[in-house]
Design a protein around this ligand. Structure first.
Ligand code: NOJ
Length: 544
């Protein structure tokens, strides 16, 4: 059987609000994306995951959709979208849309009708319950953005359910009419020529809120099987499900043979970098052994069946080089090391906008300066649990979502060349130094490293298909693994610390041959003990 195209492709995520603003209103837009397609074509990517561009009141920056088939006017028109699709296709790039169907916006016509009253034909598109015995919410379930997951609707005297903001009511997947409407919408987008869907919090759609079950609920895999039958079967598309609760045990049910998804985004490596008590809201030093385990367990679990997605960052996470690298003196080298480590594992890599030029976290001086609904919703929650204001601010600066949402830094002009107007979120002040124009002009820059890695994946089947064996899993500073395919061996060794390290390459990884990639000096030999410079990463290709 022919390999699916998305195994060899590298993906690039665009957060449209922050990517490129063509009309000067301070918000990125589709015309802006079109203007930057050559940057992406140069990088060599195969598809774009486009965060939501649908009509939306933007309570959660587009993850609250009020019309699944219309484009948000602030981002452009349907004609602009169609042009994006065509221009991307002309460069061999597919467009993967964001499917946000755990919930809609409360301004979607379905919800507007549903809240008219109990006999609305759309009432059952959402989850309504009578108040609890004390007149309060039906149960204790909490929203991910803080506060109860139930909001009271005075008109009907019932509560509706929302796992996110109160402006994001959860859709009722128990209702076959709702599911049919979603299948129809998905088919409509596919018929337009999109390359796939990234599915927002897809592990939540099978929930059973009456029994307190939200993630991986009893109906989840039935719904996904129905999606496979009604929409995906026979289509040559890519589907990636965001699934925070997926585990190596459940992974094959999402993306094994015949399952609806090509792969999932799982987050064990992300949560490994969180505080055990306060999660992302308290800064926590990332531990390399735990971080590696997050990847290695999944590499092992999906060795035979299923497929991995590989990512450091997205629009909900901190900047990779700030979280896992060193965004000070080693910014460029450590960003390159992280790229090498990620891209030579088995799976489809996703580059988050700005990662390819080594963009860093920003710093917000005060809590009020954050834009993100999650920061404001979670503060009262964390305060009640005993976190101090200073610790919360440090946590939000380390892990908050706005870090990834500051505008893309294109060049050293005002507002980093992102917009001629005032950007909706302040540009990171380091833009005169950290920007695409400067980085791309540097043959030893971050972009050059990413471009090389994307190209190597196309020319070296061992990167796509080779078996994966982790090495030195307990080493606190070294990340190392071996890949093998048809008599070839590729060994990657990286020092993920700012100190020099001497490392004895274990026998099962020993290789000498050709230096495939390096962020420092070329090496052709990884046998015996090697002395690695700070943040050095190297991969050698040879025979076992
Ligand atoms: C996950 C998305 O990535 C995030 O940005 C959003 O807030 C929630 N799902 C709700 O849609």
């Amino acid at each position: 059987m022919r390999d699916p195209w998305w195994k060899t492709a590298v993906a690039y995520q665009i957060y449209p609000r922050s990517f490129a603003d063509a009309d000067g209103d301070g918000l990125g837009d589709i015309a802006g994306i079109i203007g930057k397609l050559d940057h992406l074509a140069d990088l060599g990517i195969g598809f774009i995951w486009l965060s939501p561009v649908y009509r939306s009141p933007m309570a959660d920056n587009g993850y609250d959709i009020s019309d699944y088939r219309e484009i948000a006017p602030e981002f452009g028109t349907t004609a602009d979208f169609d042009r994006l699709l065509a221009e991307a296709k002309a460069r061999g790039i597919g467009i993967v849309m964001d499917l946000v169907v755990n919930h809609s916006s409360d301004e979607h016509s379905w919800f507007q009708s549903a809240r008219e009253g109990r006999d609305s034909p759309f009432r059952d598109y959402y989850i309504w319950r009578d108040p609890g015995p004390d007149g309060g919410p039906p149960n204790e379930l909490q929203s991910f953005f803080g506060g109860p997951a139930w909001s009271f609707d005075a008109r009907s005297g019932q509560y509706y359910f929302h796992l996110f903001d109160r402006k994001q009511p959860d859709l009722n997947w128990e209702n076959p009419a709702l599911r049919a409407a979603i299948w129809e919408m998905m088919n409509w987008w596919f018929d337009k020529g999109i390359a796939g869907f990234r599915m927002d919090v897809i592990d939540l759609i099978g929930k059973d809120p009456d029994n307190g079950i939200t993630a991986e609920g009893p109906k989840l895999f039935d719904h996904l099987a129905e999606m496979q039958r009604e929409v995906l079967a026979g289509r040559d598309v890519v589907t990636v499900g965001e699934a925070w609760s997926a585990s190596p045990d459940t992974a094959p049910r999402y993306c094994g043979d015949g399952a609806a998804l090509s792969m999932v985004f799982q987050f064990s490596h992300v949560t490994a970098g969180w505080d055990p008590e306060f999660g992302k809201w308290k800064d926590h030093k990332s531990d390399l052994v735990a971080l590696k385990r997050g990847f290695n367990d999944w590499q092992r679990a999906l060795a035979g069946e299923g497929w991995n997605s590989l990512f450091w960052s997205n629009h909900d996470l901190p900047r990779a080089v700030s979280k896992y690298g060193d965004d000070g003196i080693w910014r460029v080298r450590s960003a390159r090391a992280l790229a090498i480590v990620l891209h030579l594992m088995k799976g489809t890599p996703y580059i988050y906008q700005g990662e390819e030029i080594g963009m860093t976290n920003t710093r917000f001086a005060r809590r009020e300066d954050f834009n993100d609904v999650e920061v404001h919703g979670q503060w009262p929650e964390m305060q009640a649990r005993g976190l101090s204001a200073d610790d919360f601010l440090a946590g939000a600066n380390a892990n908050g979502r706005d870090n990834a949402r500051t505008p893309m830094q294109w060049d050293a002009r005002a507002h980093a060349g992102f917009s001629t107007g005032t950007p909706w979120l302040a540009v990171n002040p380091n833009y005169p130094r950290v920007n695409a124009a400067a980085d791309r002009a540097d043959p030893d820059g971050v972009f050059a490293q990413y471009r090389q890695l994307v190209a190597l994946r196309k020319s070296h089947p061992i990167i796509v298909h080779g078996s994966f064996v982790p090495l030195a899993e307990d080493h606190p500073a070294i990340w190392a693994y071996r890949r093998e395919l048809e008599g070839q061996r590729l060994t990657m060794v990286a020092n993920l610390s700012g100190d020099p390290v001497r490392f004895a390459v274990p026998g099962q990884g020993a290789v000498s041959g050709q230096c495939l990639v390096t962020n420092t000096e070329a090496r052709t030999d990884l046998t015996g003990e090697v002395a690695l410079a700070p943040w050095e990463a190297v991969a050698v290709l040879g025979t076992p």
